[in-house]
Write a protein that binds this ligand. Structure first.
Ligand SMILES: Cc1ncc(C[n+]2csc(CCOP(=O)(O)OP(=O)(O)O)c2C)c(N)n1
Ligand SMILES: CC(=O)[C@@H](O)[C@H](O)COP(=O)(O)O
Ligand SMILES: [Mg+2]
Length: 634
């Protein structure tokens, strides 16, 4: 076995291509076996085994900068750079990160998680290199999905203008998470599949080479002929026109061809784009046949690829997807828009019933938002189905094109709160803070999947502007579903329990935490109220006034950044209403990036637990008893 001996990429330099080929198979086996226990981005990593090997064989990381777009396909890079022994901890709490992570290794030079940043990073590193008078290589590996991201086009435009030396490796496996979409994808598919001009290109080049070595005019003509043929023959003419030298397409599983192509690329003075053709899930049948499932897979049975995950109540996402079909039947104006996440957002069933009303725009969150604004202004009822974290990309479009126009867009914000194994780049904890302060926005969060359904109905019936409902990446509570959907009065909170002097104001899954804490405290004779703050904007002003006027000690608990979310808005409310003696304690996500692990571990790390809430209530009681004693004795 070669793999156990490899703990530094330098060791690859002495291997033959045959040995590298053997090593590739060992790495493939390693990934398939390790990920049965940890899960992870199996398909993407199986597709880049040879590509990553060839990169580390030809170049000298970390002096040569290797930048992986999204970074979900960097497991092979991690295996080759001394982290094999940590793969049992992949995506686990305080274990190996599932994305590139600078704190893990000097070979990890650029972190991501969000797509389409690698070309901008490569441009920056190439520019810095040149300004410092250094001569290291700068290499970006970007997938065909990530290439649909707007940032990638911004960077291509700049790179082609600057013409600095750098290499872009386009890893084209024809897949995003779902099948890739868009005109760029179609263009790449044409290059992949249009064998006739690939063959003609070889024939013409062969012919030109056969012309006996002659000086002068004919050779020049031959060269001109080749240049004019380029527009037919060179498949990547689009990239050539943008200032790149296009090389390929090359088989991304053929080590020898890739090594040769990389050596060719080294002789190119300016930016070069190497178009590599790979198969997502390569070498593992279940992954090759079901690209979608194997993109981000949970622990699985090796023989079948079937997930081991225990089934529980349906995920909120599934309830969203099914309810959207009910609403879609009711209202033909409803149209779902997703930026490249049809599966993760639960839209495949809706697309099956309404194929022309589910629009996947590719990795284009900004475009998706403005598209929804225009759809709304033309009388449609668009649902912008998006992960909280990825919606961060569309902040200006939400302000400028949706809220300022008061466009009647529905936001279905999935993965709201902690997401678990994807870690800090994917936590959905900022959307309340960055949306509630935008005029005209209405925001809701259900306490369970049944309330989600009613919120979806409420949003559909609401015609006065943008309205959002946000829900977590967890199973529902298993609560019985009301057969009839109803609307919820805008801005109305729900008092679930009354208490004596203490109340918890909670939203989303924190409502269940509050209920469990109230049950525990009740056993100690402490009656704590629980309020379901299901509208994050507008707040329930009358309930807030009642709570303050009753002298209630409140805890606002939310799985969102404490700075700027629900808790902050409650404090603002009391200040604006000059209620200066309102006693409010905030429990939210503190001012840190919460890294990968389970959602349970992430809540423990940030103190969003039943135990912490009980402790908080008790310390507030102790404090008010102390205050009472000191004031009564003074
Ligand atoms: C801004 C943003 N939107 C969406 C995603 C979700 N996402 C992660 S990987 C991926 C597909 C990437 O496809 P590609 O670049 O072709 O990589 P592959 O997995 O095929 O190797 C998507 C949509 C993301 N990471 N970032
Ligand atoms: C790398 C990436 O951004 C996606 O693959 C993401 O990890 C999917 O998240 P879910 O598993 O929550 O759908
Ligand atoms: Mg791809």
């Amino acid at each position: 076995m070669l793999l156990p001996q490899i703990n530094d990429p330098k060791q690859l330099k002495s291997l033959s291509v045959d040995e590298l080929t053997t090593l590739a198979e060992e790495i493939r086996r390693f990934l398939i076996e390790k990920l049965t226990a940890t899960g992870g981005h199996l398909g993407s990593n199986l597709g880049v085994v040879e590509l990553t090997l060839a990169l580390h064989y030809c170049y000298n990381s970390p002096r040569d900068k290797m930048i992986y777009d999204v970074g979900h396909q960097a497991y092979v890079h991690k295996i080759l750079t001394g982290r094999q022994d940590r793969f049992d901890t992949l995506r686990k709490y305080q274990g190996l990160c599932g994305f590139v992570k600078r704190s893990e290794s000097e070979h990890d030079v650029w972190e991501a998680g969000h797509s389409s940043t690698s070309l901008s990073a490569a441009m920056g590193m190439a520019m810095a290199r040149d300004l410092k008078g250094e001569d290291n290589k700068v290499i970006a590996v970007i997938g065909d999905g990530a290439l649909t991201g707007g940032m990638a086009f911004e960077a291509l435009n700049h790179i082609g203008h600057e013409k600095r030396k750098l290499m872009v490796i386009l890893n084209d496996n024809e897949m995003s998470i779902a099948p890739n979409v868009g005109a760029m994808h179609n263009y790449l598919s044409k290059i992949r599949s249009d064998r006739h001009y690939l063959r003609a290109k070889d024939e013409v080049e062969g012919l030109l080479k056969k012309i006996p070595a002659i000086g002068g005019r004919l050779a020049k003509t031959a060269e001109q002929l080749k240049n004019s043929l380029k527009y037919m023959m060179v498949p990547g003419v689009l990239f050539e026109e943008l200032g790149f030298t296009y090389l390929g397409p090359v088989d991304g599983h053929d080590l020898e061809k890739m090594i040769d192509t990389f050596h060719q690329a080294d002789n190119v003075a300016g930016p070069v784009l190497v178009h590599v053709l790979t198969t997502k899930g390569k070498g593992y049948k279940p992954a090759e046949t079901d690209f979608y499932k194997s993109h981000a897979i949970s622990p699985y049975k090796i023989e079948s690829g079937q997930a081991l995950k225990a089934v529980g109540p349906p995920m909120y996402t599934e309830v969203f997807g099914e309810t959207l079909i009910e609403l879609g039947r009711e209202d033909s104006r409803l149209i779902a828009v997703t930026p490249a996440m049809p599966g993760g957002s639960g839209l495949f069933p809706f697309a099956k019933e309404f194929p022309d009303r589910m629009i996947d725009v590719g990795i284009a969150e900004q475009h998706a938002a403005t598209l929804c604004a225009a759809l709304a202004m033309e009388g449609m009822k668009p649902v912008y189905a998006v992960y909280s974290t990825f919606m961060q990309r569309a902040y200006d479009q939400i302000v400028h094109d949706i809220c300022r126009h008061n466009a009647n867009v529905m936001f279905a914000i999935d993965r709201a709160g902690f997401v678990g194994a994807d870690g800090e780049t994917h936590q959905g904890v900022y959307d309340v803070a960055f949306m509630r302060h935008i005029p005209n926005m209405v925001m809701m969060m259900p306490k369970d999947e049944n309330e989600l359904r009613h919120m979806m109905k409420t949003a559909l019936e609401y015609n006065d502007g943008p309205i959002a409902y946000r829900y977590p990446r967890i199973n529902g509570t298993g609560v019985a579903m009301d057969p009839e959907l109803r609307t919820i009065p805008i801005g109305s909170w729900e008092r679930l329990r009354t208490g004596e002097g203490y109340a918890v104001v909670a939203c989303g899954p924190m409502v269940q935490v509050a209920e469990e804490a109230a049950d525990l405290l009740k056993r100690e004779g402490i009656q704590v109220g629980v309020v379901n703050a299901r509208f994050l904007k507008p707040l329930d002003n009358s309930m807030l006034l009642d709570l303050a006027h009753a002298g209630t000690n409140m805890v606002v608990i939310e799985e969102a950044c404490q700075a700027g979310s629900l808790g902050s808005s409650v404090l603002e409310f009391y200040a604006e209403n000059e209620i200066y003696d309102a006693r409010v304690h905030l429990m939210g996500v503190p001012d840190i990036f919460v890294e990968h692990g389970s959602i349970k571990e992430q809540r423990q790390e940030t103190g969003l637990t039943v135990e912490a809430l009980c402790a908080r209530i008790k310390s507030m009681m102790a404090l008010s008893a102390y205050n009472y004693k000191t004031t009564s004795s003074s």
